[in-house]
Ligand binder design. Structure first.
Ligand code: HEC
Length: 116
């Protein structure tokens, strides 16, 4: 599984020690804009994913997954967010988000007919 670690938000500010001057130095740090958005969909999982999947990280993490991920792979990924990282999700929400992510980001044909 592809793994992306973002470091773009961390700015390293060097500090200058000046022995001869006490002038205050103000620095402005421009952070990169938060551009990643979940792709819109009429599926109920979209609304839930918007509310729950941005609590800890941006949608980049979702976007960078392999495009052929199946419903069961996406569902397992969402389950991992709940089990390993404590994402506040119940079983229904996990299922619906798995359907949404597989349909919109993964292998839509893998979504079982009953869940479409
Ligand atoms: C409670 C915090 C939390 C929530 C909520 C959360 N995640 Fe994550 N997620 C993480 C952490 C922590 C990582 C691992 C980050 C790393 O390894 O750099 C991660 C990583 C990921 C990855 C990258 C692949 C991987 O397995 O490391 C994906 C995809 C992902 N999350 C999807 C989701 C989706 C979809 C949701 C909504 C259902 C979600 N996350 C909600 C904490 C969370």
């Amino acid at each position: 599984m592809q793994h992306i670690i973002r470091v773009g938000c961390l700015a390293v500010v060097s500090c200058f020690a000046s022995w001869s001057s006490v002038d205050a130095v103000t620095k402005t740090i421009a952070l990169p804009p938060e551009t990643a958005q979940l792709k819109p969909s009429d599926l109920p999982g979209y609304t839930i994913a918007r509310a729950k999947c941005a609590i800890c990280h941006s949608a980049d993490y979702i976007q960078y997954q392999p495009p052929q991920m199946t419903q069961s792979q996406w569902t397992a990924e969402v389950q991992k967010m709940q089990r390993s990282y404590g994402a506040p999700l119940d079983a229904d929400e996990i299922k619906l988000i798995g359907i949404y992510l597989a349909t919109v980001y993964g292998d839509a044909a893998s979504v079982s007919a009953a869940d479409r």
